[in-house]
Write a protein that binds this ligand. Structure first.
Ligand SMILES: [Zn+2]
Length: 258
């Protein structure tokens, strides 16, 4: 399985930065998880292949690239872009983004080939298929309705927490998975901002450590994602100080093979 966190931020010389403002993961150049930089950072193969987007929640850093992606592809789509999200998230997209004021309501528009946007409501706890992947969503503990995801291609299974504070449901589901290879967990703020993390329902390295202890699997890799860009160095330092085995920061832009 190929897995990539798309870049979203630039260095002064124009190169992609390790800092992450937006969240968008691409699996096998085919399926997107969240759409933060979907239009801005996908390569030409991904642009021509990705027609399925799974959303964890409706916060802007996870959906910002979705309107532009549909806009870019509008005339050339031969099938609708399929968006998999909870009905609460779909409601927010229709009310607050695709509302004709912020952007066109693509779900009501067609090109010469038919519909350009199709919603597929997902329910937490119920498995569904997206291309070659089996997907299960699990409710997590964020400021707005949000899910984590457990995704398998039959050979590799990974779990992604999405944005969350302390949660038991996610780890219960993770622990039920027999062949888990990789867990990706958020860690948005450094320890000194624990109050802000608490209010905004995110993790710090200190609370992350407690969360990781809920994982009963052995021999799995853990990657940290969703580090607030302004605090990246500090969070990386504090995560290193945890001295936990098999714990790494997911590098922005790098293509992982699991
Ligand atoms: Zn969020």
């Amino acid at each position: 399985m190929k897995f990539q966190l798309l870049p979203s931020t630039f260095e002064e010389d124009g190169r992609a930065s390790a800092r992450q403002h937006l969240s968008c993961f691409i699996v096998d150049d085919l399926v997107a998880i969240d759409a933060g930089s979907l239009a801005m950072a996908t390569n030409s193969i991904q642009k021509s292949q990705v027609r399925d987007v799974i959303l964890t929640h409706a916060h802007l850093d996870h959906i910002a690239g979705l309107p532009f992606f549909i806009d870019d592809l509008f005339a050339n789509l031969t099938e609708p872009l399929r968006v998999y999200a909870t009905s609460k998230v779909i409601e927010v997209l229709e009310r607050d983004i695709f509302n004709w004021s912020v952007y066109p309501r693509f779900s009501e528009l067609e090109n010469d080939n038919g519909k350009v946007l199709e919603y597929h409501p997902l329910e937490a706890g119920k498995e569904f298929s997206v291309k070659h992947l089996r997907v299960k969503a699990v409710e997590v503990n964020h400021k707005v309705p949000s899910v984590g995801l457990i995704i398998s291609d039959g050979l590799t299974t990974f779990a992604l927490s999405g944005d969350t504070a302390e949660t038991n449901e996610f780890w219960n589901e993770v622990n039920l998975e027999k062949n888990l290879s990789v867990v990706l967990v958020e860690c948005a703020f450094p320890n000194k901002l624990d109050e802000l993390a608490r209010i905004s329902h995110h993790l710090t390295p200190k609370s992350l450590k407690k969360e990781l202890k809920k994982n009963s699997h052995k021999n799995f890799l853990t990657y940290i994602v969703n580090l607030k860009p302004m605090y990246r160095d500090e969070i990386v330092q504090e995560i290193e100080e945890l001295e936990m085995e098999n714990l790494q920061i997911l590098e922005v832009g790098q293509v992982y093979e699991w």
